[in-house]
Design a protein around this ligand. Structure first.
Ligand code: GRF
Length: 200
């Protein structure tokens, strides 16, 4: 399967996917990395591993739909099968979600449905929660709400800071994301095979 990984920042999850592909723990190809920020460190990772980059500034488009239409045509042109959001700080509208229905996954730093949104780690600490976690889910039009593929809890320690908690969450993410994608790819290809079977 051809993956497109979407990043806006540091890209440590992107790196975990690169490593999993290189180690053949994930039998897929990262066809491209899509980025919306020219300052993202993830760009350096892509360059280092010779992964083609699509860096487009959404502000150059009149509407979000126009931006997403361009993205979809690039992805289709590169035969992308699965879109992998890895710290992509932009909400994808129904236009994009429909074009890649059931073929977009995301990783979120909480045990969903708890602590949705872009400050999940800070919110878990501020709420005085005893535990939080990591969730990998299928992306639907509703933010952080699609079907869960894999989840794991992470305990919050008394002396945790956003930084220390984030570091432990990241360790779990880097292990969970390649595994969740591997299982989901298997599920998707089983569906394709069984459809072919039915159609003769
Ligand atoms: C991760 O914590 C992920 O759960 C969230 O954004 C963060 C991205 O981190 N969606 P990185 O860019 O992969 O290091």
């Amino acid at each position: 399967m051809n993956l497109a990984v979407f990043c806006s920042g540091f890209g440590s999850n992107f790196q975990a996917l690169i490593d999993a592909v290189r180690a053949k723990r994930l039998r897929a190809s990262i066809a491209l990395m899509v980025c919306d920020d020219p300052k993202a460190y993830a760009l350096k990772r892509a360059r280092k591993h010779h992964i083609p980059v699509v860096l487009i500034n959404p502000r150059l488009f009149k509407t979000r739909e126009a931006y997403e239409r361009t993205l979809v045509s690039i992805l289709k042109g590169q035969n992308v099968d699965l879109v992998v959001l890895a710290g992509f700080m932009r909400i994808l509208s129904t236009h994009f979600v429909r074009a890649y229905r059931n073929r977009i996954v995301n990783i979120h730093p909480s045990y969903l449905p708890a602590f949705k949104g872009s400050h999940a780690i800070r919110d878990a600490l501020a709420a005085g929660a005893l535990e939080t976690g990591v969730s990998v889910h299928v992306v639907t039009a509703a933010v952080d709400s699609g079907p869960i593929l894999l989840q794991e809890k992470v305990k919050i320690r008394k002396n945790d800071t956003p930084k220390s908690l984030e570091a432990r969450i990241h360790r779990v993410e880097h292990r969970l994301y390649p595994l969740a994608i591997k299982r989901y790819m298997k599920k998707l290809s089983d569906v394709v095979l069984s459809r072919r079977g039915t159609n003769g």
